[in-house]
Write a new protein. Sequence first.
Lengths: 363, 363
Amino acid sequence: MSSEARGAGHVSGVPLPALPPTLADVAERAGVSRQTVSNALNNPDLLRADTLARVRQAIAEMGYSPNRAARNLRTRTSSLIGLRFGPAQEGTANATMDRFVHSLVEASELAGYHVLLFPGDDDDEAVTGYDNLLRSTAVDAFVITDTYLGNPQAAWLTRQRAPFVAFGRPWHDHTARHPWVDVDGAAGTRLATEHLLAQGHTRIAWIGWRKDNPIGEDRRSGWFNAMHDQGLSTTGLASRVEDTINSGAEAAAVLLDESEPTAFVCASDTLAMGVLHTLWIRQLAPGTDIAVVGFDDSQVAQVFPVGLTSVRQPLEDVAVEIVRVLGSLLNHQPVQERGVLLTPTLVVRESSGVADPAERTAT
Amino acid sequence: MSSEARGAGHVSGVPLPALPPTLADVAERAGVSRQTVSNALNNPDLLRADTLARVRQAIAEMGYSPNRAARNLRTRTSSLIGLRFGPAQEGTANATMDRFVHSLVEASELAGYHVLLFPGDDDDEAVTGYDNLLRSTAVDAFVITDTYLGNPQAAWLTRQRAPFVAFGRPWHDHTARHPWVDVDGAAGTRLATEHLLAQGHTRIAWIGWRKDNPIGEDRRSGWFNAMHDQGLSTTGLASRVEDTINSGAEAAAVLLDESEPTAFVCASDTLAMGVLHTLWIRQLAPGTDIAVVGFDDSQVAQVFPVGLTSVRQPLEDVAVEIVRVLGSLLNHQPVQERGVLLTPTLVVRESSGVADPAERTAT
DNA sequence: GGCGACACTTGGAACGATCAACAGGGGGGT
DNA sequence: ACCCCCCTGTTGATCGTTCCAAGTGTCGCC
C-alpha cells in the first residue's frame, strides 16, 4: 500500500477503528490547530502550501473524514435532498421515475449532495413527510415530481418557505413562483412528426390522453402544429383515450378503419404498444406498412423485437439542471429563470420505417 | 384549527419560523427542564402522567421536532440506511429493483429509518461510496443487493465491521457470515411447473440463463425437480441462453421444432416475452395452444394484452425482513438466523391457459 | 417527628465540527 | 524609524441533543 497522500476519494485498506479520528486528532498529528484542519478541508486557499500538504498527509494517513452530524449541527445543513418515493406505478410500461432517480442520485453526488428517500402514498402522507423532515432539519431541500392539477405539495412547500425544485411545470397554477425543470413534450412530438413527414407520410394520426391532462395536450400540440405547418389536415386523425394498451389498440383499429393513416404518433409507449398489437392482428408490418412512434423510450420500447421508435426525455439533463437550481437556491444566489425547459430526443428504431436504424438518435 | 395535542405525525398549518424551536424552548413553555422534554420523547415511562401530557402539549403547540443533526452527533447514529443505486439496467424488462426500493423505503419508515441513495457504477465506486459514508458516520448500516460471484462488497463491509444485510444469498462464498434475505427461486419455478402440471401438461420446457449463473440454476432446479417428482422426462426440454427477448424467441423456436413442448417455464419475463413473440409468429395462441410462465411479474407481464402468468417475488416481505434483521444488528441483539429464505407467489394470467384467471394468485 | 427509599427532575458536560475574533510576523509605504 | 495592513494560524464560543451524577420533593415507616 502506498503512503502517498490522497484526496477525498481515499479508501483505506485497514478496518475502521472503534472510534473514527476527529478533527482534533488530525490537528495534533499535523502539529496545527483544529481550525487549520477545518480550513484545509473547506478553505484550502487560506493555508500556506506546505502546511496544506502536511495537513492533507495527516488526513490521508489517519483516513479521516469529517463527522457528518457535527458538521450538520454547526452549519444547519445536511447535504441531503429529500425525494418522495411514492408507490410503484405498476401496470404501466413507464419506468421514467426509475431513470430519473438514478440521474438525480448521480447529479447530486457530483454537487456534494445525497438523496434521501421517504414514503408517502398520497398528498397528505407526502406533506407529513415533508413536514417531519423539515422540522427536524433532516434535509436541505426537496425535489417534487408530480405537478398535476391542484397538487397541494408545491403550494405547501412554498408557504413553508422550504427550498424545492419541481420536475414538471405548474400547469394550472399560474401564480406559482417556484423554480421548475421540465421536458418540452410538444417539441418531442414535433420531432416525431417531422421525422415521419420526412419519410413522406402525410396522414399521420395522433393517439393521446384525455383532454383534462395538460401534459397530454402539450404533446398533442406538437403533432398538431407540425402537421399544420406543412398545410396538412388533422381532421379525423386524432383520438384521446385512457393510457392503457387496450385503449391504444382500440383507438388504432378505429383510426385505421375510418381515416386510413399511414403512421401513428402516440402520447406514450403504452399506447404505442396497443397500436403495435392492432397491427399484428391485422397482419400489418410495423415500420414497413405502418409507422409507429411512442413516447418515453421505456424498457418495452427498447426490448421489443420490433424496436419502437420513441421520444426520449433527457432525464440526465433534467437532474443536472435541478441540482444546479437547487445549488443556487441553497447558496442564496438568485435564480435567474423561473423555469427551465429541455428538449427531448428521438430514438429511431424499426417501427418508424427506417431500414436498419441501428439505434440512431435524431435531435 | 384545533389546539389539542397531537403526536409525532403532527402537521402544523403555520409556516416554519426562521429558527425552529429547540428542546429548551419547549422546556420553558412547559415549565420543565430540557432533560424532562427529552425523556418525554425517548423514555416517556419515566414521567408522571400529567407532566408528560403537559410536555406533549407544548411540543404539539410549538410544532417541535428534535434536531436530527444534534441527536445524531450525540448518539453516534443517523437513522439512515445506505443503499447503492447503481446504473439503471435499461434493455431488460426487469423492474425488480424499483419495486424493492419502494418496499425498503416503506419498511424503513415504519422502523424509524430513512433510505439514503448513493451512486456507484462498479465495485470500486461502490466501495468508495461505502467508505465515505462509513467514515463520516453518515449512515448506520447498508443494504447490498447484488451478491454475484466474487462480489467484493460484502467481504469489504465484513472486514470493516460495518453492519449490513444482503438481499441475495452469498452463492459462491460459503465462508460468508453476514446476514442475508433472499427469495427461493426454485420454489417459484416449482410453483409454476406444478401449476402447469395441474392443467394436464406433461411436456413442459425450460428456458433459462447460462450455467454460470447460480440464480438461474436455482430456478432451473425447481422446474427440474417438479418434473421428475412426477416421473416426467426433461430430456431435450431445457435451454440455456442469454437474458434477451431474441434469445428467448430463438430458444422457443428450436424447442418447439425439436421437442414439441406444450408449455414453457422461463427464468425471466424477458425470456417469456421472447417465447410469446415466437408463438405469435407461428400463429399459436398463448394460453390456448401453448402455455407460458415468466419470472418477476414485471410491468411488461402485467401490461401485455395477453397477460403473462409470472412468478412474483415477495419484495415487500423481503424489505420487512431486511429491516428487521438490520434493527437487531444495530441494537446489538443477536441475529438468530444467518439467512432468511422467502417463498414467491404465482400470478396467474391468460398465458398459462386458465380461462379468465382475473389476476388470481396461487401460493 | 425524623429518617430513608423512591420517583422524578435538574444543571453541567460532552458529542465534533464551524464561526467569530484575534495574535504574531513580515513587508511596503511614508 | 514608524505605522499599517495583509497573511497565516490560533483560541474560545456555539450549534441542539443526550448522558451523567447529583438534587429535590413526596411518601411510608418506625
